[in-house]
Design a protein around this ligand. Structure first.
Ligand code: AGP
Length: 364
């Protein structure tokens, strides 16, 4: 299928640029301001059933799995239900214990990824309730799940997922808010998160305006032999996704690690040819993260920080606007999409069709 490039040189750039509108679309018509609640019509899960959920397990592959990691954190934070994410491609092969009080959620842009679909089918065979967080309406995963949330990112053509990743994370924020308001999230906190969600499109647009600045950073780091992406808790899924994106589109080797794990081994890799990208939400872990930057610096590592203010321990900082801290993972991923894109451009890569990859992996 081909779509108009709308004046952009690549679909990746077009899709990154579309994010303010895409986020607006996933929010539209779903928020009830009177009660600070969320309406998710296709969810097919009433309030009594939602209260009975004891755990949430999110399954997806690649970027969808990473969006699920953000989703699991949001569900734990806002709804206080234990939640985790696992690659669907692992889950389906390990004869998982299927628990009747667990809500399973399959995440997929295409809705056709074979490993994710196979996980859904295995769960359904074992009597589990499975929801979908899916972009393509009427796709196989949308059809085979009991209900769910459409991500409304619009068609995503570039093999590398950008706008769908962001919209999926926003869809999870809505779901977490919905589950939270049915359980113990206060009206005041509900309103705070809703206001934060509404600020996202404008703030993403602000980040996109800084593309030339990010292009300069990309040129500086394009000679890297490998790159290390680190973050703690809220920052870690962002680091995972940014590392995948850089690998996919620029072919620079990258690793993502929890910042706290660096000292348990990967610090051995740090040297000037292996720069570190640190994702630094302004939460209670900021000081700990700064200490990690110090450790990297002491080993001669170059550091690029993504933060809400200039970081003196970093060589360079991409400053992103402040929002509610729970939503930082959504916002902080955006400049790193541009970093991957501009690095690939600087290296002359085939951006929309990276080697060896397909947009959706419909085979085993
Ligand atoms: C995205 O950058 C990748 N091409 C890939 O990881 C993708 O997210 C994964 O294959 C899952 O695809 P899906 O969302 O269509 O299920």
């Amino acid at each position: 299928q081909s779509y108009d490039m709308g004046g952009h040189d690549t679909y990746m750039h077009k899709e990154i640029s579309e994010q303010p509108d895409a986020v607006d679309r996933v929010l539209r018509g779903r928020i009830d301001d009177r009660f600070a609640t969320v309406r998710l019509d296709g969810l097919n899960l009433d309030a009594r059933e939602a209260r009975g959920v004891r755990r949430v397990k999110i399954l997806g592959c690649g970027s969808a799995y990473h969006a699920g990691l953000i989703g699991a954190q949001l569900i734990e934070e806002l709804a206080r239900v234990p939640a985790d994410a696992e690659p669907a491609s692992e889950f389906r092969y390990r004869n998982p214990v299927v628990d009747p009080d667990t809500l399973y959620i399959a995440v997929s842009q295409s809705g056709e990824t074979y490993d994710t679909l196979a996980a859904v089918q295995e769960l359904r065979r074992k009597g589990a309730r499975v929801l979908g967080v899916v972009n393509v309406v009427g796709s196989a995963i949308a059809r085979e799940t009991d209900g769910g949330v459409y991500v409304h990112a619009g068609p995503e053509v570039c093999v590398v997922s950008t706008k769908c990743f962001t919209n999926t994370a926003v869809a999870f924020a809505l779901l977490a808010l919905h589950l939270g308001r049915i359980r113990d999230l206060s009206v005041a906190d509900g309103r705070r998160i809703i206001a934060g969600l509404r600020r996202l499109p404008g703030q993403i647009a602000e980040i996109l305006e800084r593309e030339e600045e990010i292009a300069k950073l990309a040129a500086e780091y394009a000679d890297a032999r490998s790159m290390m992406f680190v973050g703690r808790v809220r920052g870690y899924p962002v680091a995972r996704e940014a590392s995948l994106k850089l690998k996919e589109v620029s072919y620079i080797h990258a690793e993502a690690y929890p910042a706290s794990e660096l000292k348990h081994g990967p610090l051995a890799l740090i040297e000037p040819a292996v720069p570190t990208v640190a994702v630094l939400p302004e939460d209670e872990l900021l000081e700990k993260n700064r200490a990690t930057l110090e450790e990297v610096r002491a080993r001669g590592g170059r550091i690029l920080a993504v933060a809400h203010s200039e970081q003196e321990k970093a060589d360079r900082t991409i400053v992103v606007p402040r929002n509610e801290v729970e939503l930082d993972p959504i916002l902080m991923g955006v400049p790193l999409q541009l970093l991957a894109y501009r690095t690939a451009l600087a290296l002359g890569r085939d951006i929309d069709k990276p080697r060896n990859l397909a947009k959706s992996v419909t085979v085993e």
